[in-house]
Design a protein around this ligand. Structure first.
Ligand SMILES: [Zn+2]
Length: 239
């Protein structure tokens, strides 16, 4: 019986390892996804600044085109001045020229402001891009570690499953049936130690006869409370 208890403990430990590895293997891809999401804020910032620059540039170019257009109109009006017949007409054209020049001067002031704005935005863009590059570097290095961990855990899982199968095949059918029945009810923890008369599965005192039985390791024991397979483990205090 001692040998089979030992085999069950091993089986249990392989199953624990498999369960932990399976958990990790589910979590790691989520962690990687989360890391990538962290970058989205930085990327958004860069995009927003780029959009801002594009808008300012567009406004600048629109004024530029309008100024050129107005300048053409001023030239045309200048020509028209030569051929006007009345004073009223002359004054009207002069007024139009003045208005066009005023509008241009106003737009030129705004264009200077736009240039300042673009310069500031470009500085911000540069800083933001550097921040993004730094964040990408950090994320990539964390991702590399996680991916390596994932690979190692997959390999370990594969090996542990093989070991578990070997152990399972070596167990007698009757013991395995008991083990699987308890597993169905209790989940992963099927076999547990009992120390100083206490079941470590449920922390309750075992009946003395059951405890003596497992202490002698004559028969496979069960906790009457939690129904797990129990085995004797000497208390650290008495060793
Ligand atoms: Zn118990």
């Amino acid at each position: 019986m001692k040998k089979e208890i030992k085999m069950l403990i091993d089986l249990q430990s392989f199953e624990d390892i498999i369960s932990n590895l399976t958990d990790s293997l589910e979590k790691i891809p989520l962690q990687i996804k989360k890391l990538e999401e962290e970058l989205s804020e930085n990327k958004k910032e860069v995009e927003n600044i780029k959009n801002g620059i594009a808008q300012t540039t567009k406004a600048y170019n629109e004024f530029d085109a309008k100024i050129k257009d107005n300048t053409e109109r001023v030239k045309k009006n200048d020509n028209d001045l030569m051929s006007v017949k009345t004073n009223k007409e002359y004054n009207a054209i002069l007024k139009a020229i003045e208005n066009l020049k005023l509008a241009n001067s106003d737009m030129e002031d705004k264009m200077i402001a736009y240039l300042d704005e673009m310069e500031a935005e470009n500085k911000k863009l540069k800083a933001s891009k550097e921040k993004l590059a730094e964040a990408i570097k950090k994320v990539e290095s964390k991702k590399t570690i996680l991916e390596k961990d994932l690979k190692q855990k997959k390999e370990k899982l594969h090996k542990t499953v093989e070991k578990k199968e070997m152990k399972t095949n070596a167990l007698s059918h009757s013991i395995l049936a008991i083990y699987n029945n308890i597993k169905k009810i209790k989940g992963n923890k099927v076999i547990t130690s009992a120390v100083d008369g206490v079941c470590n599965g449920c922390n309750l005192n075992l009946p003395i006869q059951e405890y003596i039985k497992i202490q002698k390791s004559e028969l496979i024991g069960f906790c009457p409370n939690c129904q797990r397979i129990i085995y004797y483990e000497a208390s650290e205090n008495t060793e």
